[in-house]
Write a protein that binds this ligand. Structure first.
Ligand code: C2E
Ligand code: CA
Ligand code: CA
Length: 597
C-alpha cells in the first residue's frame, strides 16, 4: 500500500483547514452518546471483529468519539492508520500489520493488532475528520460488501456529527440560531469583508430579569417560553422575511441592521415601532422591551465586543423614555466602572480592613435627644479610593456578595453595640438590608444568633428596608421579617415615597417606622405642593400607627417645618454627618454638655 508523501501532501493549509473544521464541531472530548455507540457496535458486528471505533484525528492524537474493545479514549497520532485515513481522505485497509513496512513496528502491532480497515469521515466541504474503523487480532481480507457497509456506517456517523452540530446552534425555545452560530457567522462576515465596513448590530431585550421572575412566579414556568415565542414571532413579522435573528441571551435577540442606515433616523424608527407595539400588544406579557443599537467596524471589532456594546446599550435603554439607545463610549465607561467596582469589591470582602461602618445620629424632635444611629457602609479601595455606597451597593446587592457583606456589617454593628453598652452608652443601631438578604433562608436565624453571641437585646437593632426590597418577593420577605420582628427587632420602611406601593399595602409588613426619603425633604422649600405632600405623608403614617423619621434634614427651616407637621424624628447634616464610632461617642458627649448648659 502507498503512504502519503510528506512533500506532495496538499500541505499544511489543508491540514490547518481540516483541523479548523474539526474544532468548529466542538466534538472533541465530549461524552459518549448512544447515537454513535450504536453505529460502532454495528460495525463490529458486520465484520465480526472485537474492535471498532469512530476516531477523530486531532493535531497530535486520535480521539475516539465512540469505541468498542478499545481501552484508551485517545492514542498518539503518529503511526495510527486512522490518521492516514484523515490525511488521504481515502479508505485504508491493512490485511496484516506485520506485513506492512509502515505499521510493522507500530504500537498497534505491538499490542497484538493484525488487521485494520478504515473509511473516512468526510464533511460536506470535503474535509476528512477521521475514520470509522474496525480492527482485529488476526490477519484478514475484506469483501466489497463489507467495505460498502463500512462506507455507509462512516456516512451515518458523519450525519450524526452534523446533526449534533446543527442542534447545538439552535436555541430550543425560540428555534433561532444561538450565540454560537452568531459567533461563527460573525467570524465569516469578518473574513469575507472587503476591508473595514461600518455595520450595526441591534439587540432587543424582551423583558427585565425581575419581570421574568415575577411573571414566572405568577403565571407558571411556561411564562418565559411563551414570552420568548410571542416576542420572536412579533419581531419576525416586523423585520420581514429573509432576515436572520440570533438568540444571544436569555431574553435577548440580535440582528444586523440594513446596511447604510443613518443612526439617529434608524433609532427613531425603532422607537416608533416599539411604541406602536406597546399600544397594540395584548396584556398577557406586561414586560419592558428595550433596544440597544451598536454601531461597529466590521473587520476591527470582535464578536464578543459587539455583543457587549449592544448589551450595554440595551441596559442603558431601560433608563430612557423611548427604551431605545445607541451605544456610546460614555455608556461603556459606566459599564466598565460597574464591572470594576464589582471586581474590586470582592477583594474588599477578603481585606475587610477596607470596609468600615460610620454612624449617623437620629434625633427625637420633641426632646432633642439622640435616640439611635444608622450604620452606613464605607469602602476605600487602594486603587479607586473611597467609593460611595450609593454607587456600589446597588450592584453588590445584585451579586452573590450581598450575603457576605451583610454578614460582615451585622457582625460589626452588633459588636459595636456591645462595646458601647460596656462603655455605658445606651444606643440603638439601624442596619440597611437589601432584597437579596431577605431571601436568604437563614437571615433571621443568623441575625438572632449574632445578637445572642454579643448579648445584645433585639430591641437595640432596627432593620431598614426599602419597599422594593420587600416587594421583590413579598412571601419570602414576610416570613423573614415576621421572624425577626417577633424576636423584638424593629423594622423601618426606608426611602418612603420613592416606590409605588401604598402605605396600606405595606401594612402587611410588621414595620413600626417610616423614613421619608430625603428627596422630599430637600424639595420642601421649592413649593407649597412639596410641603403639603410631606405633611400628608406624616399624618397618614401616624394614622396607620407608624413613627415617622425625616431623612436628609439640612436646614433649620426644614426642621421647623417638620416639627409643625408632627414628624417624630430627624436625621441629617443639620445635626451630624455619618461618622466613625469614636467620633460618635465624642459627639454624644458634646450634646450632653450643650444640653446641660
Ligand atoms: P440611605 O439608606 O437612604 O442612607 C442615607 C444616605 O443619605 C447616606 O448616604 C447618608 O450619608 C446620606 N445623608 C444623610 N443625611 C444627609 C443630608 O442631610 N444630606 C444629604 N445630602 N445626604 C444625607 P450614604 O452613606 O452615601 O449611603 C447611600 C445609600 O447606600 C444608602 O441610602 C443605602 O441605600 C446604601 N447603603 C449604605 N450603607 C449600606 C449598608 O450597610 N447596607 C445596605 N444594604 N445598603 C447601604
Ligand atoms: Ca437607610
Ligand atoms: Ca433612606
Amino acid at each position: 500500500m502507498s503512504h502519503p508523501n510528506e512533500e506532495s501532501n496538499p500541505s499544511d493549509t489543508y491540514e490547518a483547514r481540516r483541523l479548523e473544521a474539526l474544532h468548529r464541531l466542538d466534538l472533541l472530548d465530549t461524552a459518549p452518546t448512544e447515537a454513535f455507540d450504536r453505529i460502532t457496535r454495528m460495525a463490529a458486528q458486520i465484520f465480526n471483529l472485537p474492535i471498532s471505533a469512530v476516531s477523530l484525528t486531532d493535531a497530535d492524537r486520535q480521539w475516539f468519539k465512540s469505541r468498542v474493545g478499545v481501552a484508551h479514549d485517545s492514542i498518539p497520532r503518529d503511526k495510527a492508520p486512522c490518521s492516514h485515513v484523515a490525511d488521504t481522505a481515502g479508505v485504508v485497509v491493512i490485511p496484516d500489520l506485520l506485513d506492512d513496512a509502515c505499521y510493522r513496528d507500530s504500537p498497534l502491532a505491538e499490542s497484538g493488532i493484525r488487521f485494520y480497515a478504515g473509511a473516512p469521515l468526510i464533511t460536506d466541504d470535503g474535509y476528512s475528520l477521521g475514520a470509522m474503523c474496525v480492527l482485529g487480532t488476526e490477519p484478514r481480507q475484506t469483501t466489497p460488501e463489507e467495505m460498502a457497509s463500512l462506507h455507509d456506517l462512516a456516512a451515518m456517523a458523519m450525519a450524526q456529527i452534523e446533526l449534533q452540530h446543527a442542534l447545538g446552534r439552535i436555541d430550543p425555545v425560540s428555534g433561532l440560531p444561538n450565540r454560537k452560530q452568531f459567533r461563527e457567522d460573525f467570524d465569516d462576515l469578518n473574513k469575507d469583508g472587503k476591508g473595514i465596513e461600518a455595520r450595526v448590530l441591534v439587540m432587543v431585550n424582551f423583558a427585565k430579569p425581575e419581570e421574568i421572575r415575577d411573571g414566572t412566579r405568577a403565571m407558571g414556568s411556561h411564562y418565559f417560553e411563551d414570552l420568548i415565542r410571542h416576542s420572536v414571532t412579533l419581531l419576525r413579522s416586523i423585520l420581514g422575511k429573509g432576515r436572520t435573528i440570533y438568540h444571544v441571551g436569555e431574553a435577548q435577540v440580535a440582528f444586523f441592521a440594513r446596511q447604510g442606515i443613518e443612526l439617529q433616523a434608524y433609532s427613531r424608527e425603532l422607537a416608533q415601532v416599539l411604541q406602536q407595539q406597546r399600544h397594540a400588544s395584548n396584556a398577557s406579557f406586561m414586560t419592558t422591551t428595550s433596544v440597544g443599537i451598536a454601531p461597529f467596524l466590521l473587520g476591527q471589532t470582535g464578536y464578543a465586543d459587539v455583543l457587549r456594546m449592544a448589551h450595554s446599550a440595551c441596559q442603558e435603554a431601560f433608563e430612557m423614555d423611548e427604551h431605545v439607545c445607541v451605544y456610546s463610549t460614555e455608556h461603556d465607561a459606566a459599564h466598565l466602572r460597574r464591572f470594576t467596582l464589582l471586581n474590586k469589591f470582592s477583594s474588599a470582602l477578603e481585606h475587610t480592613e477596607r470596609l468600615s461602618l460610620v454612624y449617623q445620629p437620629r434625633i427625637d424632635i420633641a426632646s432633642g435627644a439622640c435616640v439611635g444611629a444608622e450604620a452606613l457602609l464605607r469602602w476605600t479601595d487602594p486603587d479607586l479610593g473611597p467609593v460611595s455606597p450609593g454607587e456600589f451597593m446597588p450592584i453588590v446587592e445584585l451579586s452573590s456578595m450581598a450575603r457576605p457583606v451583610t454578614a460582615w456589617l451585622m457582625e460589626t454593628a452588633i459588636r459595636q453595640l456591645r462595646q458601647w453598652q460596656d462603655d455605658g452608652i445606651d444606643m440603638q443601631v439601624s442596619l440597611n438590608v437589601s432584597a437579596t438578604n431577605l431571601l436568604e433562608p437563614d437571615f433571621a436565624e443568623r441575625l438572632l444568633a449574632t445578637l445572642t453571641k454579643y448579648q445584645v437585646a433585639p430591641q437595640a437593632v432596627e432593620l431598614e428596608l426599602t419597599e422594593s426590597a420587600f416587594m421583590s418577593n413579598p412571601g419570602k420577605a414576610q416570613a423573614t421579617l415576621t421572624a425577626v420582628a417577633d424576636a423584638g427587632v424593629r423594622l423601618a420602611i426606608d426611602d418612603f415615597g420613592t416606590g409605588y406601593s401604598s402605605l396600606s399595602y405595606l401594612q402587611s409588613l410588621p414595620a413600626d417606622i417610616v423614613k421619608i426619603d430625603q428627596s422630599f425633604i430637600r424639595k420642601l422649600f421649592e413649593g407649597e405642593r412639596a410641603r403639603m405632600l410631606v405633611g400628608a405623608m406624616v399624618s397618614l403614617s401616624h394614622e396607620l400607627g407608624y413613627r415617622v423619621v425625616a431623612e436628609g434634614v439640612e436646614t433649620q427651616e426644614a426642621l421647623d417645618f417638620l416639627r409643625k407637621t408632627g414628624c417624630d424624628e430627624v436625621q441629617g447634616y443639620l445635626f451630624a454627618k455619618p461618622m466613625p464610632p469614636e467620633s460618635l461617642v465624642q459627639w454624644l458627649a458634646q450634646q450632653q454638655v450643650s444640653e446641660a448648659a
